[in-house]
Design a binder for this molecule. Structure first.
Ligand SMILES: CC(C)(COP(=O)(O)OP(=O)(O)OC[C@H]1O[C@@H](n2cnc3c(N)ncnc32)[C@H](O)[C@@H]1OP(=O)(O)O)[C@@H](O)C(=O)NCCC(=O)NCCS
Length: 136
């Protein structure tokens, strides 16, 4: 992956939350808008002081965590920013001893490129919808 000049990936700070919400709001079809992960779960991508991407690592247990709320501003897409964010999330998960990461996404080719798989060792991810998406 080419380095993305001028883009810095860093842990989110309290003051970033409004900009994170603004980014997530750009993608109502793809991203859950309510109950966002808390600030310490987020990594952000910043370019010249402007927040251009975000991604959260939501930890569910000692073994399992989810990559959530991944968004990159349209002006900064296709330059590897999301890849860098997910790689940093993966690194954070490894450091915490997490064994498995998952993502619920429509961007399967993007996640596949980063090593995620739908099937693994005879296992398949399955969902049971308890509430229709429109009511969430
Ligand atoms: C999905 C999303 C996060 C991708 O962000 P992005 O920063 O454009 O992602 P990347 O640049 O890392 O990768 C996108 C493509 O650019 C290509 N790319 C990666 N690095 C690149 C670089 N340095 N230069 C040019 N192209 C590059 C990749 O091949 C990739 O193609 P692929 O998707 O076919 O694998 C972004 O489109 C988005 O915010 N979408 C709306 C929200 C969403 O769907 N989020 C995911 C739900 S969890």
């Amino acid at each position: 992956m080419k380095a993305t000049v001028g883009v810095v990936i860093r842990p989110a700070e309290k003051a970033d939350m409004a900009a994170i919400r603004g980014l997530v709001r750009l993608f109502p079809q793809q991203l859950v808008q309510q109950n966002l992960p808390r600030i310490p779960s987020f990594l952000v991508a910043s370019a010249s002081g402007k927040l251009v991407g975000c991604c959260a690592l939501q930890i569910y247990s000692k073994r399992l965590a989810e990559v959530r709320s991944l968004a990159v501003h349209p002006d900064f897409q296709d330059h590897g920013v999301a890849s860098m964010l997910v790689e940093r999330c993966t690194q954070r998960a490894r450091e915490r001893g997490i064994k498995e990461l998952f993502a619920v996404t429509s961007q399967s080719s993007f996640f596949r490129r980063l090593g995620f798989a739908t099937f693994r060792r005879e296992k398949t991810a399955m969902f049971l919808e308890l509430i229709p998406p429109s009511a969430r």
